[in-house]
Structures are given as structure tokens and as C-alpha cells.
Design a protein around this ligand. Structure first.
Ligand code: NDP
Ligand code: 2IT
Length: 448
């Protein structure tokens, strides 16, 4: 059997075994299809059962989360944790609270996380979890009761050397605080390394809040550097206005870029003078409001309903930082038509496969999420290190380490792409570099 047949056989098997899991099948195809040249060079790995095992989670946990809302009514949500691969270290990956969460979404995120974590250079396996709970419109007490109910089951499956969750969509410092507090109470253990993204007062790391957005911009700096460019005076469009988007905007602005648009799930704002990030932080981090509120402070800006239309704005650099499949072929065509040179994914799989293929074909330099947004989990890894040491590093120390890691991730994706004679294909570079580490570790540890 040759590489192509082997890969096709596994893809067909995954489709058959996981029908209707659209996102998971997309993620598997995206990774496996870029591994053909790798298996061509390493044919001895074809009969070792690596792909067969890597597409099957080591363990999947589903549970009921029952909680009382403010009206005293019982609410029931679904809880998920997928412990996908532990070849490189304890399972590591975020928790997502969003009504769209289902088995397919958690599995796609867990699968991506395996290779992303491998690229960080830190010893972390891949996992992901969450719930179909919708935090929008819930009171602070409801959020707390939900987080406690969620942790009352999750606690038995996690641990600092077992599985270390963190935040993702709908889960930030507030939610991690409630979950950490409850874990500590029911376990009677201050084992800080069990969750990352904690508050600074009880074991959190400086820079973790900023890390994904900052890391994305550090990654793009490397991309720009390779084409003899910088962020200075570049027009940048960022989708989303959550944790990743806000700190991507902050770092890009500090490097001299003009960020002219961002969005939420209802629509986008366009401010030709450059976004006022303090207004956005007030709306999203303090008031938990809608991005359309930007016009209250900045009446000259424009608000447009429908978040997908953001890609029609002419820009040099586009950073999708909201959610999966938010940038489709239509968006990609508009970006290319308007002369966009760089697209890098702050979110997980925000570009559809058609969009990615279109970028690669039209010489847009493309940074795939598992490399470009790895700064968040990398800094989670640094938080785990500090927890083990029982020490806290300064902001500058952590930021420096984050920058170093992002440079290394870029170099590893780039050199692998060059080595495989496709020098501008960072999708291929990141997938092969990440996969190779996990495959080698799996081989060394025997058939598990
Ligand atoms: P947040 O919850 O802080 O923000 C999410 C943003 O995306 C909000 O603006 C939200 O709008 C928008 N959004 C979410 N879901 C949808 C949807 N279905 N349709 C349209 N817009 C949507 O999450 P993060 O910023 O943490 O996460 C953003 C992305 O980055 C996700 O893909 C996540 O997996 C990825 N990521 C996050 C990391 C982290 O450390 N937090 C690390 C690496 C990747 P609204 O408020 O209207 O819902
Ligand atoms: O998608 C991601 O990498 C995250 N949500 C961060 C995971 C983590 O463990 O910090």
C-alpha cells in the first residue's frame, strides 16, 4: 500500500465511523492530506498503525450538567471532555461554553490541539472539552452555579499530571476562577497545575490573558519578516472581539498597524481612523455588551449586520479570530481581489478548506491556526511550569518566552515546508512538523 492509499483508507474509515461529524472530518482531512509526502519519505511508518490510532480519541467523557437558574428552574446541559492523545504529556486544551458545542466540535478541537501542542515545544498532549451552555444573558450567579455543576463531574477526570483544561470561547478568567475554586473545595487540594488561565492571585501566569493574540501577531511578524515587510502602517482586519481578537488588535497596534475592523456574532464595525481598543475593551471585558455599542462612543464609525461581510473590507492583513468556518470561499475571493497579502488564523479552523486552497493558489501567505494561535496554550504550558516551581515569572520574562516559542513554531513550520519543496505552504509545514513529533513519541511508547 502506498502513502496515498493508506491516507485515503484512514479518511474513509473516519468518515464511516463518525458520520455527521462535519467539523471533525474536516480537521482530520486537513491534517492527513498534507502527510502524503511525509509517508513517501517514511514508508516504514505505513504499517505501524499510527494514523489508525491518532484519529481515535484515547478517552471521551460525556456527562449531564444540572443546575438551578435564577428563577429556581432546573436547567440541564451536556458536558464533554475528549482526552485525545497523551503521547507527549498530560492532555491539555481548553473548555468551550457555547450553544453550538457538540461531539464533532469538541473532537475537531481536540484533534487540532494534539499537533498544536506538539509545535509549542512543551510536553503537552491534546484534549478539549466544554458544554452547550450559553453564557450570554446569564447572571454572574448563574455562571457560578453552572461552573460548579460542571466541575462536580469533571474533577474526577482531570489533574495536573493527567489532564489540564483552560479557557476557550465563553470561558475566561471568571469561569476558570469558579471552576478552580470548586475543584479545590471538593478535592481539598490546592493543586494549581490542574487548570490554566487562573487569576494571578492564585497561581495564574502573567501574559496568559494576552498570549493567544500577542502570539498570533508575533507569528505574523515572522511571516512579514520573510517577505521584507513589517506591521508598520499596514491595514489590518480582525474578526471577533473576544479574548484572542482584543489582544491581537492591541499588539498589532503597538507595532504600528492600523486595525480598521472587528466583529461579534451579530455584525462588524468599521472605523477608518483605526479602532479605539479602550472602547472595545469596555464593551466586551466590562459590560459584556455587543460590538454595535461601539457607535455610542465613536459615532463616525460604521456598523454592519452579519459578521461574514467583514472580509469585504480592503486590507493588507486579515486575522480571523472568532470561530470555525467564519471565512469561506466568498470571503477568500474578496480578500484576494482587494490585495490582501497575509491571512493568519487566531481562531481554530476559521477558514474553510476551500478558502485555504484559494489562498495557497493565489499566493496569499497563510498562517494555519495550529501554528499561529499556539501562543495561548504555550503560555498555559508556562503557567504549568511556574505552578510546579511554585514561582511566578515577570510579565517581561513570560512575554519573552512566548515570543521565543512563536519564533520557533514559525521556523519549524517554515523549515519543514522548505524541506518538503513547498516553501510557502505553512499548512504542510506545521502539519508535518507537529505530526512527526507525536508519531515518534507514539512509536517509542509501544502499541497503546
Ligand atoms: P471569546 O469567547 O473570548 O470570543 C469569541 C469571539 O468570537 C466573540 O467576539 C464572539 O462573538 C465570536 N464568536 C463566537 N462564536 C461565534 C459564532 N458561532 N459566530 C460568530 N461569531 C462568533 O473566545 P476566544 O477569543 O477565546 O476564542 C476565539 C477563537 O480563538 C476560538 O476559535 C478559539 O477556539 C480560538 N482560540 C482561543 C484561545 C484562547 O486562549 N482563548 C487559544 C487558541 C485559539 P459573540 O460574543 O457575539 O458570541
Ligand atoms: O485552542 C486553544 O489552544 C485554547 N483554547 C487554549 C488551550 C489551553 O490549554 O490554554
Amino acid at each position: 500500500m502506498n502513502s496515498q492509499e493508506y491516507i485515503q483508507e484512514i479518511i474513509t474509515q473516519v468518515e464511516k465511523r463518525n458520520p455527521n461529524e462535519v467539523e471533525f472530518n474536516h480537521a482530520v482531512k486537513e491534517v492527513l492530506n498534507s502527510l502524503e509526502p511525509y509517508f513517501n519519505r517514511n514508508p516504514h511508518l505505513i504499517n505501524k498503525g499510527i494514523l489508525e490510532r491518532i484519529v481515535e480519541p484515547e478517552r471521551q467523557i460525556y456527562f449531564r450538567v444540572a443546575w438551578l437558574d435564577d428563577l429556581g428552574k432546573v436547567q440541564v446541559n451536556r458536558g464533554f471532555r475528549v482526552q485525545f492523545n497523551s503521547a507527549l504529556g498530560p492532555y491539555k486544551g481548553g473548555l468551550r461554553f457555547h450553544p453550538s458545542v457538540n461531539q464533532s466540535i469538541i473532537k475537531f478541537l481536540g484533534f487540532e490541539q494534539i499537533f498544536k501542542n506538539a509545535l509549542t515545544t512543551l510536553p503537552m498532549g491534546g484534549g478539549k472539552g466544554g458544554s452547550d451552555f450559553d453564557p450570554k444573558g446569564k447572571s454572574d450567579n448563574e455562571i457560578m452555579r453552572f461552573c460548579q455543576a460542571f466541575m462536580s463531574e469533571l474533577y474526577r477526570h482531570i489533574g495536573s499530571d493527567v489532564d489540564v483544561p483552560a479557557g476557550d470561547i465563553g470561558v475566561g478568567a471568571r469561569e476558570i476562577g469558579y471552576m478552580y475554586g470548586y475543584y479545590k473545595k471538593i478535592q481539598n487540594l490546592h493543586t494549581q497545575g490542574v487548570l490554566t488561565g487562573k487569576g494571578i492571585l492564585y497561581g495564574g501566569s502573567l501574559v496568559r490573558t494576552q498570549a493567544t493574540g500577542y502570539g498570533l501577531v508575533y507569528f505574523v511578524e515572522n511571516m512579514l519578516n520573510d517577505i521584507n515587510e513589517t506591521f508598520k502602517n499596514k491595514q489590518v482586519v480582525v474578526s471577533g472581539s473576544g479574548n484572542v481578537a482584543i489582544y491581537a488588535i492591541e499588539k498589532a497596534q503597538s507595532l504600528g498597524a492600523k486595525v480598521i475592523a472587528c466583529s461579534d456574532s451579530n455584525g462588524y464595525i468599521y472605523d477608518k481612523n483605526g479602532l479605539d481598543l479602550n472602547v472595545i475593551k469596555k464593551i466586551k471585558e466590562v459590560n459584556r455588551g455587543r460590538i454595535s455599542d461601539y457607535l455610542i462612543d465613536i459615532p463616525n464609525a460604521t456598523y454592519v449586520e452579519g459578521f461574514r461581510n467583514i472580509w469585504s473590507i480592503p486590507c493588507d492583513i486579515a486575522l480571523p479570530c472568532a470561530t470555525q468556518d467564519e471565512l469561506d470561499l466568498d470571503g477568500a475571493q474578496q480578500l484576494v481581489k482587494n490585495g490582501c497579502k497575509i491571512v493568519a488564523e487566531g481562531a481554530n479552523m476559521p477558514c474553510t478548506q476551500e478558502a485555504v486552497n484559494y489562498f495557497l493558489k493565489h499566493y496569499v501567505y497563510f498562517g494555519p491556526g495550529k501554528a499561529a494561535n499556539a501562543g495561548g496554550v504555550a503560555t498555559s504550558g508556562l503557567e504549568m511550569s511556574q505552578n510546579s516551581l511554585r514561582l511566578s515569572w515577570t510579565f517581561e520574562e513570560v512575554d519573552q518566552k512566548l515570543k521565543q516559542i512563536m519564533n520557533e513554531i514559525y521556523q519549524s513550520a517554515k523549515t519543514t515546508a522548505v524541506n518538503y519543496n513547498d516553501p510557502n505552504n505553512l499548512v504542510l509545514g506545521a502539519n508535518i512538523a507537529g505530526f512527526n513529533k507525536v508519531a515518534q513519541a507514539m512509536l517509542a511508547q509501544g502499541i497503546l
